[in-house]
Design a protein around this ligand. Sequence first.
Ligand code: FES
Ligand code: FES
Length: 192
Amino acid sequence: MDSHTEPGVSAPDRHRSEVTLRVNGKPYTLTVDHRSVLLDVLREDLGLTGAKKGCDHGQCGACTVLVDGRRANSCLLPAVAQDGCDITTIEGLAGGDGLVEGGGAGLHPLQRAFLERDALQCGYCTPGQICSALGALAEAEAGHPSHVTDPARPSGQPMPLGRDEIRERLSGNLCRCGAYTHIVEAVEDVIR
Ligand code: FES
Ligand code: FES
């Protein structure tokens, strides 16, 4: 017991805090351990197991979700630091929410394209690939350059995404099954 706590009064838990996360449009208020990462809170506390734990070290992209519209490796994000954030996971894409033109009832256009192009084998990396592709499309639309963008191109203007751009922008998402060719084709289908 804390030496400053009155007898019979339980010490405040210094290792846990209450946070409110808005996940796929729904608010959740929960108490999280300060050591918990967003990926574990999503999977274990909220039962959203779409985002996958691959490496748990920010190296594979299997845990990619969108935080306030930007893609992020949820295995690296302390959940307590996401208080008040808007999180989108793969579970939030079906049904369409207007994030990408053409979204409507049913599967998100990227999900449909992945199915139509057979852009997966085991599927373990797929939720991360799709969330990452969604973030990459938004970044390109906002004019963010990538490592392979022509430096002469003015930033801030929507960037056309050819194969090299798609490959580069999705290079943080590894696929151990090697479905890369079809993944790139699926993303191209959504851009067309
Ligand atoms: S599990 Fe997060 S990057 Fe691999
Ligand atoms: S489909 Fe198996 S890891 Fe990508």
